[in-house]
Design a protein around this ligand. Sequence first.
Ligand code: NAD
Ligand code: DAU
Length: 354
Amino acid sequence: MNTTSQRVLITGGAGFIGSHVVRRFVVNYPNYYIYNLDALTYAGNLENLKDIENQSNYTFIKGDITDASFIDFIFKKYNFDGVIHLAAESHVDRSITDPLAFVKTNVIGTMNLLNAAKELWKDDFTGKRFYHISTDEVYGSLGETGLFKEDTAYDPNSPYSASKASSDHFVRAYGETYGLPYVITNCSNNYGPNHFPEKLIPLFINNIIQNKPLPVYGDGKQTRDWLFVIDHALAIDLVFHKGKNHETYNIGGFNEWKNIDLVKLLCKLMDQKLNRKEGESEKLITYVKDRPGHDLRYAIDANKIKKELGWEPSVTFEDGLVNTIEWYLNNKSWLNNVTSGSYKDYYKKQYHLN
Ligand code: NAD
Ligand code: DAU
């Protein structure tokens, strides 16, 4: 990829991972122009980008990727050279209650971006790149052993993962059919600062602070492979610049945890930070009804990106968790802002708990 000067569209840049990617690109590539396109849904928050919002190489565009004519308009207006596509509905539980919203944004929204990129670049694809950010959930669920590899068959189980799988297929199809230069990465569970508190780690940090129950789904034995968000942003930077066209790379933390073991570690670290007696936060653990279609285990084989691009996680899980906890304790107003209003209704409906 061209590293001189280019115009890069990052979608979903006001969300959790997107904000870390936008910051990394704005700061590390002062010769690029970074355009952050985000609809600012409940998950999008410009507070995440306060520190870089006035940089001269950064522009925020409020807009919805489901609006095809708006997407065509901005591609023509800004003449992007590259796209890093993160905008999505991202929460599995919400996909169970409202699957169509996931089809609209994750499938149709991705199609609109693909069409606009193909149209703008069709005369010469040289130096152009469409980078689609996807998830390991497209591979379905592992049993007790094995790892997801790039050639593992797709087998999505939730409306969220089905919509992401569908968008991955369309990206690949545009590469095969029209020659659109693309890369896809499928990443495991991220955690870190700015994570919306509907997901396990930030939800439980928030509940521990407030002495509220910690709703563990089912028996808590499901396993996830956790990666610090800054390491994901680093991988995205590498793949955008050095990944091969028409290739997929898996990204993971080499870091599997059963939910219940992770929750107990989190409780222990929170007790230390809050000067509570050891074991205090663990008392909040409450087993609740399982998530329908709950995948048992995700684990990534990230050896391809390690061997080909030299990437591997740099932050240990304990350091990453302590950093994350400290960020939430030091940013209570961020937490209060995102948990007021509609969050309260979501929480009541999802957990039947106050
Ligand atoms: P997020 O929910 O925190 O952020 C999504 C962002 O997209 C928000 O800023 C939201 O406003 C924006 N958005 C949603 N619908 C939009 C629309 N129609 N038009 C424009 N913008 C819209 O999500 P995240 O956790 O940061 O995930 C980002 C991407 O990474 C997603 O594609 C997700 O599938 C993928 N991913 C996430 C993880 C994870 O652990 N969080 C892991 C692997 C892959
Ligand atoms: O694997 C990558 C995926 O990781 C991303 O593609 C998704 O966008 C992201 O949301 C995440 O999906 P999960 O469903 O794994 O994440 P979540 O934080 O919702 O749940 C993690 C585990 O914790 C999962 O097994 C369900 C469980 N859980 C979750 C919540 C919110 C609970 O036990 N209780 C809860 O309240």
